[in-house]
Design a protein around this ligand. Structure first.
Ligand code: MRU
Length: 362
């Protein structure tokens, strides 16, 4: 996608040296477009853990490149297994991280140590290219849902949660891919952007992305969605996901479940967009089985923003001494999900629906 006319992906290898890895520092957005240069395993692990880079598909691709950096330092089998395990432990909920590292290891275990670095970079590049292509396909398969919601003389209102745009993937995004496809097709479209406390990925990242692409949008407090739906102001909800079970349960940023409940009560279609790399075929019951990341209480007690003089400041917003809890994801049961949008098309959020699109998983 383009920022101020320049085409970017969310992760890329430095063309000058051919090995270091660039990402955007997403903790600095929307105030500054800072590009980081990762040169070691630990810089890669830190970038994922601190959420300088984030979003399920993107952390998979960045972890793959971080393993390349680790192999440059030590390509022995022992070090490779250790470094992959270390990277895998950086964030627990998004399954794409494990998927990407498993794919890298499967390729590299059968490769001689002296050839591993070159093979690893080639595999990581494939992972990145495939993610971009899958998300572009999600955009094509999601577009008809938005087009079907067009009514004469009235814009289509889509609500989304967190950031499942191109910043959360290698390119295009998942939930935002159909939105970009609709905007590019000239559909009169408006997006309600949940601010997404506590880290504000909606307010900071989704709003920034949509603004850069010229998509009409409005940021709302997380609690506003139910009200908007009751008043007919939301035609459909599209969110991304960090892990989908083989039965269609959906883990996504905390607060997604409440939006799905409100959508069900108001008859608003609730769609989830994902590349197949986000499906955990080993998990049946999402609520019971998907590990939910607990992040620092400071993300709840403190907020970072820009002061009138342009400087960035962090301040406490919670009563001194009050503790805070910070579960970062929740699980929306499949019964609340209208359907899934994947790179192979749309399906019911169910085992039968998913197996219909991915019969090789039967
Ligand atoms: O904690 P984050 O910001 O990494 O969480 C991201 C989300 O929950 C996204 O909605 C999800 O990863 C889908 S990304 C295309």
């Amino acid at each position: 996608m383009k920022v101020d006319g320049i085409a970017y992906r969310s992760v890329w290898v430095n063309p000058d040296d051919g090995w270091s890895v660039h990402i955007f520092d997403q903790t600095k957005l929307p105030w500054t477009l800072d590009i980081l240069r990762l040169t070691t395993r630990d810089e890669g692990a830190h970038a994922i853990k601190s959420m300088q880079t984030r979003g399920a598909p993107l952390i998979g691709a960045v972890a793959a490149y971080a393993l390349c950096l680790a192999l440059r330092a030590d390509a022995s089998s022992e070090a490779m297994e250790r470094d992959a395990a270390l990277l895998n432990a950086t964030r627990p909920t998004a399954v794409n991280l494990r998927w990407a590292l498993d794919r890298m290891l499967t390729r590299l275990r059968n490769t001689a140590p002296e050839q591993r670095v070159a093979v690893a970079y080639a595999e990581a590049a494939l992972i990145a290219d495939e993610d971009a292509a899958q998300n572009e396909a999600i955009g094509r398969h999601g577009l008809p849902l938005i087009e079907a919601a067009v009514k004469p003389g009235r814009r289509v209102n889509v609500l989304t949660h967190c950031n499942a745009g191109w910043l959360a993937t290698v390119d295009w995004g998942t939930a935002l891919a159909p939105i970009y496809a609709a905007a590019n097709a000239g559909v009169d479209l408006h997006v309600w952007v949940d601010e997404t406390r506590p880290r504000n990925q909606g307010a900071a990242l989704t709003a920034w992305e949509l603004g850069k692409h010229g998509v009409s949008h409005t940021v709302v407090a997380d609690n506003a969605g139910g009200h908007l739906m009751q008043h007919g102001d939301v035609d459909l909800v599209i969110v991304g996901t960090d892990r989908v079970t083989r039965t269609g349960d959906v883990a996504n940023k905390i607060g997604t479940y409440l939006k799905a409940l409100a959508a069900k009560d108001n008859g608003v279609p609730f769609w989830v967009a994902l590349p197949s790399t986000t499906i955990d075929w080993n998990v049946v019951d999402g609520v019971a089985e998907i590990p939910i990341e607990e992040r620092s209480p400071a993300e709840v007690t403190d907020m970072t923003g820009q002061l009138a003089d342009g400087s960035i400041a962090t301040m406490r917003i919670v009563s001194a001494g009050s503790p805070a809890a910070n579960p970062a994801f929740d699980v929306t049961p499949a019964r609340l999900v209208t359907g899934l949008i994947t790179e192979r098309g749309r399906c019911d959020a169910s085992a039968a629906g998913l197996l219909g699109l991915f019969p090789e998983r039967a």
